[in-house]
Design a protein around this ligand. Sequence first.
Ligand code: FPP
Length: 234
Amino acid sequence: MTGPRHVAIIMDGNGRWATQRGRPRLFGHHAGARRVREIVEACPELGVDYLTIFAFSTENWKRTQAEVAGLMSLFRRYILRETKTLVANGVRVRFIGDRVRLDDSLVGMMDELERLTENNTSVHLTIAINYGGRDEVTRATKRLAEEVAAGRLDPETVDEETLPKFLDTCVLPDPDLVIRTSGEARISNFLLWQSAYSEYEFIDTLWPDFRADEFAKLCDAYGARDRRYGGLRA
Ligand code: FPP
């Protein structure tokens, strides 16, 4: 069997990684941002065409104001620092999540990076910022309801293919493999609709320690599994 075409990652454990070193939590987030580059660059060789990473959830606003501000400025720095490499490596970047609550300057940079990479096809990197699965489904449902109210959509025709067209991920395939680092076995509101049939890997490694070789091992292990989607073994 082949490896996963779409891998989604919950990058957890930055805070604990920093605390273990007696450093502030943001130190861990900066180390985590460096791992993002390594994992993106490992994708082509592993046959991973789509990588989706959870950078900031709708619940992360509950963190201290200093940590939230630090993360937002880290996202800006990441975009400034990585744009050239992402373009050169043929990576197509997309952002998912609700942009309404984000700072205008960050949204402008996100739009610009999406535009600069829109013709790239080597790896499709999707970064979830202010993303929550329930929030995404709620926003999608609202738009679907508006289509019905405007008479453009007949409720009788709504089936399992309809709602995904309104999700932030409408152009992406569903993830084959979802990885969560740092030992927590929870989905935490990530890609709720899309991961209905995904395989999961919950690993103990803290995100800043997650390296390309471990990523490759998880992709290999996925290739050895037998996915049945509720059917019978072939
Ligand atoms: C979870 O670790 C991590 C986050 C909330 C932020 C994820 C951000 C990055 C990996 C950095 C940058 C990303 C990009 C795209 C530039 P945690 O803080 O919850 O760790 P803890 O559970 O140990 O406290």
